[in-house]
Design a binder for this molecule. Structure first.
Ligand SMILES: [Zn+2]
Length: 474
């Protein structure tokens, strides 16, 4: 019997706000433990939360970017549970009236367009962090109360690869919109995976397994690559899957049981009496929409159409929006835009990696880059010389014009001067010259190389070839 996997993801993303969700504490990673905490986010008695307006705006913006409906009425609920890193003993979240409803993420899977529907994206708060030392545990509440967007997908995902691509697409959209930096290293994106299997073609869902707190997309993929065959194996051997929560052990590469349905929490949700529902005005909504950006997939298609870029190049740019911005700037006024893409993807990226710097540290503008490519295009300098100029631009920030003039790098296209170089090369190398006359085409390249060497790379190779042929055969 054949089986299929049914997967839904709950993705938690920290919003890019200056302060926390209910207080003025800085939303800052890596600070001294408990240095970004106050009576509000520590849940001390007598305090009142005040909603962070920017978090509300980013949530609505995320909703629009994910094709959701942004609710005209949303409210706050308390999810009660005791855990040391949860100082209030409840988490403020949205149960029945979330900020955004419905929607979908469009992305590509193996080159084909596909989509995953979004059930809802609601706003809640993050909890603190526990640290376990040799003989004691520590709690850091700097993260407690940081605004967290929970994006719940429909169970539309049917493979580990699809889950992986969906998460990457989601991350890119949120990064593009400035909703979150989605920095995985800082734990800004975490994911709960719901996965079940069922006989292919059956509509009844199998028992659901939840894998909690995944903090890398490749981890999600590996966990599913393990978990799906595990469940199928159990069923094929006549066993049954019991609904439970499992933990992914990345080192061992297996999932293991954490708790079964019987241990499930009763969260005793109640509406938060301290917070008013959010009922945005039309003006507020219109203002949020001003933050809408071109989505990554749309940008990829546009880059391919507008600049005639191959899919691979467009994919590289879309994965790094700053690089794509740079490309679009540098392409202005340049005829051969593919050449600009090549320079950026190959030469520039290699230089950045080699020097451990980023695009933001570049000493020259995209306009200087267009100038450089323009020089090659017009024949002012050769591709090889352009390399030299580029290296100089990278280290000094000087403009191409300046470098070319200073170093006398302008390509030699003066036929008289080139002829002299060619004649010298022929005289100095009678063997290859004779070979060429006897029909050995490759000998011409040797002579060409000699001329290039003698001219310190400045000779126009096209002209040199033509001239050599003319002299040798004429
Ligand atoms: Zn605080």
């Amino acid at each position: 019997m054949e089986y299929e996997a049914v997967i839904g993801l709950e993705t938690h993303v920290q919003l890019k706000t200056r302060t926390k969700m209910w207080c003025g504490c800085a939303n800052e990673f890596g600070a001294e433990p408990n240095s970004k905490a106050c009576p509000v986010c520590l849940g001390l008695p007598g305090v009142l939360p005040v909603a962070n307006a920017e978090a509300l705006r980013l949530t609505a913006l995320a909703g629009f970017l994910l094709n959701c409906e942004v609710a005209g009425f949303s409210k706050w609920d308390r999810k009660n549970y005791f855990y040391p890193d949860n100082p209030k003993n409840y988490q403020i979240t949205q149960l029945d009236f979330p900020s955004t409803i419905g929607g979908h993420v469009d992305f590509e899977l193996d080159g084909d367009a596909t989509l995953v529907r979004i059930t809802r994206a609601h706003l809640e708060e993050d909890v603190g962090k526990s640290f376990h030392f040799e003989d004691f545990s520590g709690l850091d509440f700097n993260r407690a109360g940081v605004p967290l967007l929970e994006i719940v997908s429909e169970p539309d995902i049917n493979s580990a690869d699809m889950a992986y691509e969906y998460l990457n697409a989601l991350k890119r959209i949120l990064e593009y919109g400035g909703v979150s930096d989605c920095d995985m290293e800082k734990g800004q994106v975490r994911c709960d995976v719901n996965v079940s299997v069922r006989p292919l073609g059956k509509s009844k869902l199998g028992a659901k397994i939840e894998i909690k707190n995944m903090n890398s997309f490749s981890g999600v993929r590996r966990a599913l690559q393990h978990e799906i065959p595990r469940q199928i194996g159990v069923l094929q051997n006549g066993g049954a899957i019991v609904q439970e929560t499992r933990r992914w052990d990345d080192d061992a590469g297996i999932t293991e049981s954490m708790r079964t349905k019987e241990d499930a929490h009763d969260y005793r949700y109640i509406p938060d009496p301290d917070l008013m529902p959010h009922t945005p005005t039309e003006e507020w909504i219109a203002n949020v929409k001003l933050g809408m950006v071109e989505l990554p997939l749309a940008r990829k298609q546009r880059l391919m159409a507008e600049y005639q870029l191959p899919e691979g190049d467009a994919g590289v740019f879309v994965a790094d929006s700053a690089l794509a911005d740079y490309f679009e700037e540098a392409s202005r006024g340049v005829k051969d835009q593919k050449a600009v893409a090549n320079w950026i993807i190959n030469d520039l990226q290699a230089k950045l990696t080699g020097s451990e710097t980023s695009l933001a540290d570049l000493k020259f503008t995209p306009a200087a880059f267009s100038e450089l490519v323009g020089f090659v295009e017009s024949g002012k300098i050769s591709r090889n010389i352009a390399q030299e100029v580029f290296t100089e631009m990278f280290s000094t920030g000087k403009a191409p014009t300046e470098i070319v003039e200073e170093k006398g790098l302008v390509q030699l296209s003066d036929t008289g001067e080139l002829e002299r170089f060619c004649k010298e090369a022929i005289e100095a190398n009678p063997g290859p010259s004779e070979d060429y006359c006897k029909g050995k085409e490759a000998a011409l390249n040797f002579l060409k190389g000699q001329v290039m060497k003698a001219s310190h790379g400045r000779a126009n190779p096209q002209l040199v070839g033509d001239l050599l042929k003319k002299i040798l055969t004429g």
